[in-house]
Design a protein around this ligand. Structure first.
Ligand code: SAM
Length: 349
């Protein structure tokens, strides 16, 4: 086992069989070593910096029906909202005032936000906040749509692959295509976006082999960003009653992904903080190096409910900033307010 950890830390790869074996034989002692190796590797690439992205969740409408997600279209209990262009710009302005230079615009897959609407928002943001990076996370769209948004100034795109196993993917996403999701990721990369993939841990039916496939996928694809979080069951979805993921299993995957893709930007997710008050700090100490404080207006925040009991629902952006800054400092890191590009990208403003 120690030899496998050495290989993973030094060569940044393991075979599928080695990954499955490793995941099946982890002891508490070995987990500690794994986290500390991941932490060292992250420090080699990004030092003690933790990059901040102000998150604007601008619509809770979704045309998809993913079995795990509280925003799924069949969830008639979900309260829906949409932010106007002005409201989105106001959130960004408040974040900019607080020092953020990186914004993420995320929503359910809401086609009311057409290419025209989103390009207008991106152009306006680039005019008002020229030194800030814009990340989009609005789901599967056409190549022309992705191109238009990139040409309008979007820098990055988050589209978690959710699981690299075709069979598991298909069991969780009725009416969706595994191939299309993968094609979207490749197209985004070809266009020039810094691309984020990622997956959930603890999905029903997910085995160590599935998780090994996720690690091998991120190794092959080399995403600039890798979002890994625990699956948290929502009571108004078909997966109500499922066990869900644990903080510990997610920490293992964050650390292993860090060792497989040493220079990735990886968030300490809100889902980790939801399951454990110090979940985000633990993630930072296991290889994560990004935080995503929420900038959406307080009155609609709780309606963006992928899962329940989400943290930070009542916190003003200013409070979020100081709370995160403190948590990061206590963990031995430093919160960064720059654009926080991937280290392969040298963006000229
Ligand atoms: N619609 C966009 C997309 O498909 O990429 C972005 C929004 S989507 C709600 C953001 C992410 O939330 C998903 O990629 C998924 O991994 C995560 N998510 C959804 N439901 C979840 C749950 N119940 N527990 C944890 N994460 C969840």
């Amino acid at each position: 086992m120690e030899a496998l950890l050495d290989k993973l830390s030094e060569q940044h790869e393991l075979t599928e069989e080695e990954l499955v074996w490793f995941l099946g034989h982890l002891t508490p002692e070995l987990k500690k070593k794994l986290y500390s190796r991941a932490s060292e590797v992250r420090k080699q690439h990004y030092g003690v910096s933790v990059y901040s992205r102000g998150l604007i969740e601008f619509s809770s409408y979704c045309r998809r029906d993913c079995l795990y997600c509280g925003l799924r279209r069949s969830n008639s209990r979900a309260e829906r909202y949409r932010l106007t262009e002005e409201e989105i710009l106001d959130c960004a302005a408040e974040g900019y005032e607080l020092g953020y230079r990186s914004f993420v615009l995320q929503s359910g897959e809401d086609i009311i936000y057409t290419e025209q609407v989103l390009t207008s928002i991106i152009r306006e943001m680039k005019l008002r906040f020229p030194d800030a990076a814009i990340t989009l996370s609005v789901g599967e769209r056409s190549e022309a749509f992705y191109c238009a948004l990139y040409n309008a100034g979007a820098d990055r795109y988050l589209l978690r692959h959710e699981t690299a196993s075709r069979a598991l993917y298909e069991s969780l996403h009725p009416g969706m295509s595994f191939d299309n999701r993968m094609d979207c990721l490749r197209i985004l990369r070809e266009i020039g976006y810094q691309v984020g993939a990622g997956f959930m841990v603890g999905l029903p039916g997910q085995t160590h082999r599935h998780l090994a496939e996720d690690l091998l996928f991120v190794k092959r694809f080399q995403p600039e960003m890798i979002g890994i979080g625990p699956f948290i069951p929502h009571s108004a979805t078909p997966l109500n009653g499922a066990a869900g993921g644990t903080v510990e299993d997610t920490l293992v995957m964050i650390a292993m992904a860090r060792l497989m893709v040493p220079d990735a930007l990886m968030p300490a997710t809100t889902a980790m903080g939801t399951l454990d008050p110090s979940g985000r700090e633990k993630a930072l100490q296991s290889g994560a190096n990004v935080v995503m404080p929420i900038l959406s207006p307080l009155q609609i925040r709780s309606k963006y409910a992928l899962y329940e009991q989400k943290i930070c629902m009542g916190d003003e952006p200013e409070h979020c900033r100081s709370c995160l800054e403190m948590r990061i400092a206590v963990s031995g890191y430093r919160m960064e307010f720059s654009r926080g590009d991937h280290c392969r990208y040298n963006v000229q403003l």
